[in-house]
Design a protein around this ligand. Sequence first.
Ligand SMILES: *[C@@H]1O[C@H](CO)[C@@H](O)[C@H](O)[C@H]1NC(C)=O
Ligand SMILES: *[C@@H]1O[C@H](CO)[C@@H](O)[C@H](O)[C@H]1NC(C)=O
Length: 228
Amino acid sequence: MHVLSFLLTSAAALLPQVDAAKGRTSTSWDCCKPACAWKTNLTKAKASGSVMVCGKNDRALSASNGEKENTACASSNAGNAFLCSAYQARPVSDTLSYGFAVTDGVENCCKCFELQWTDGPSVGKKIQVQVINEGGNVENGSRQFIILTPGGGVGPNPKGCNDQFGYDWGRQYGGVVKAEDCVTLPDSLQAGCYWRWNWAKGEVNGWNIEYNQITCPEQLSGVSGCKA
Ligand SMILES: *[C@@H]1O[C@H](CO)[C@@H](O)[C@H](O)[C@H]1NC(C)=O
Ligand SMILES: *[C@@H]1O[C@H](CO)[C@@H](O)[C@H](O)[C@H]1NC(C)=O
């Protein structure tokens, strides 16, 4: 009996994704100041540090200016706060990527998650993301993670990318439809566009995942400037 319970405990300890929850991925890049950069939202999430925000020229604003500068996407009194190109997804290896994401609930600001696709062309591959924006939904027990992907669709706020760059961003939801279209994006944002088609090998929208919260890798919190 003792041997059996020891074996069961050991086996459970070896299972990597015991607490995995279900979700799905989509893509977006709207060039807007991320919601987690507002001090009030960071405080609600009990996160430390601040979320890096960039000016129209893609240079980081100081932490205090980043917290208070209004988003370029505001319909009135729009400010000089945009999304930094440093937030685009990037490959680490053939099976792992790093990126930043949008998910439901400001309490998730600055938390990090490991997502593993359970279907689609990237089945088995993982991406570790830090949440820097709030949006998407939880539907039928499936949490949506919107991976910040240039050319992944400007979504409900088309003003930001239009003001920052102009250009052709593809479908409002879903963005460009193939790797060859990434050349229509600004030079500084093409790598993240190619990440989707060349590394993830497809649309990424609507693909199912299992996910776990993880300790934020320095490669993510070191870019954003925040931790939770
Ligand atoms: C905080 O996050 C919410 C939810 O995304 C967003 O609507 C709001 O603009 C953010 N900023 C403040 C100051 O609450
Ligand atoms: C949730 O379930 C409803 C009813 O079965 C379905 O219409 C809807 O597409 C589902 N949503 C997601 C995101 O799977």
